[in-house]
Design a protein around this ligand. Structure first.
Ligand SMILES: [Zn+2]
Length: 389
């Protein structure tokens, strides 16, 4: 009975909202509540549009417009984003936006992290953006007045609210490249963690660096298949060879799978985070939707999503090109589940094309797999040595 009333109320609410938004000039907002964690908020009303941020379950947004599939969300005046209707529920229609107050912001220095705890009852959306070595955290629809600078030490500083109204702007200024960061929704509000740059021993740069290797696919997900070879098997063989090489250099290495087993993409990234990884390397072999084009497109390619991961991707690619003598399939920006995590430096490597006869033969050969493993290891070493000193 109760369920039906709620259902009818929601239907009515969506209907009222549709009508009211057509009254141009009258400010009205639909209060949206996000149904699940990791929900993408996009720059345009399309599944292919760039993700501005990911929202957590119960996040609250204010929509001022809609079309068939999307709500337009007002982040601040003249600043909008879009969310697919299937990810939210309309909670109310209100004439004016609500703002929350931030009670307190506290800073903490831990062994491996700098932390900022933003205490607020708010459920608002946030965006975190890399700007060179710096990070810019914005929490919308929140009020916090003090303008202040918090100096952690001479190399690291937080700056609060330079000129912002109705949002929190927290800048993190850093003298060395970023090495992972994260925002979590906690009971008190939002917790921003920023990984301290590692102390690198120039002679042994991988010493004590924590690396998770992810062998792509597994179990009934075979990945690409060609010439009687299965991608999932080659991925695991290379992952194991890579573990050996990295451990020789002092790294602490974990594998998301050590046998032929199916694991969800999400479980793989949770695993990497739980291990407090510094680096996440996902190992794959490539293929094409149209295999007849493999004469033109093949070779080794490395993928990243966040700018902080680009230097590592470049070093791995450079070393793989020299070691394999494969065609250069480039360092590419790509939005994959395994390249999107920010908690560590996340990179995905396509060692070769399994549908390319010559490459398939090589990537399935144990001796050649060791060559690949050594090249990736060298790429990691060069990245650490050159980025952090
Ligand atoms: Zn794959």
């Amino acid at each position: 009975m109760k369920k039906w009333i709620l259902f009818l109320a929601l239907i009515t609410m969506q209907g009222v909202f549709a009508n009211e938004l057509q009254n141009v000039g009258i400010a009205k907002y639909a209060v949206l509540e996000v149904l699940d964690d990791n929900t993408p908020l996009r720059l345009k009303d399309s599944e292919n549009a760039t993700r501005l941020t990911h929202l957590f379950k119960n996040a609250v947004l204010f929509a001022d417009k809609q079309n068939d599939d999307y709500y337009r969300v007002e982040l601040k005046e003249n600043d909008y984003a879009w969310i697919n209707k299937k990810f939210v529920e309309v909670q109310a229609i209100i004439p004016e936006k609500r703002f929350d107050n931030i009670n307190k912001i506290s800073f903490k220095r831990e062994k491996n992290n700098f932390k900022a705890l933003i205490q607020t009852p708010s459920q608002s959306a946030f965006v975190i953006k890399e700007e060179g070595n710096n990070l810019n955290f914005t929490l919308f629809d929140n009020r916090y007045d003090p303008i202040e600078t918090k100096v952690i030490n001479k190399n690291y500083r937080f700056i609060l609210n330079e000129k912002i109204e109705n949002e929190l702007n927290l800048k993190y200024l850093n003298n060395s490249p970023l090495f992972g960061y994260d925002v979590e929704k906690v009971e008190e509000g939002y917790l921003l963690s920023i990984k301290k740059p590692p102390c690198i021993n120039k002679k042994r740069p991988l010493n004590d660096i924590i690396i998770t290797i992810d062998a792509g696919h597994g179990g009934c997900e075979k990945g690409a298949v060609a010439f009687g070879l299965e991608e999932k098997i080659i991925n695991l063989q290379i992952a194991k060879a890579l573990k050996k090489e990295l451990r020789k250099k002092g790294a602490r290495v974990y594998l998301t799978r050590t046998r032929d087993k199916q694991i969800s993409l999400n479980d793989r990234i949770i695993f990497a985070k739980e291990k407090q990884s510094d680096i996440l390397l996902s190992i794959h072999q490539n293929s094409l939707l149209n295999p007849s084009e493999v004469d033109k497109k093949h070779g080794v390619g490395t993928y990243y999503y966040h700018p902080q991961a680009r230097p590592l991707a470049q070093k791995i690619q450079d070393n793989l090109l020299v070691a394999t003598n494969f065609k250069d399939d480039k360092v590419n920006f790509a939005s994959f589940v395994l390249t999107r995590p920010t908690s560590q430096i996340s990179v995905l490597v396509e060692c070769g094309y399994i549908i390319h006869q010559e490459e398939a033969q090589k990537i399935s050969n144990k001796k050649f797999q060791k060559v690949i493993a050594k090249a990736i290891t060298k790429g990691c070493e060069e990245y650490l040595k050159e980025s952090f000193n």
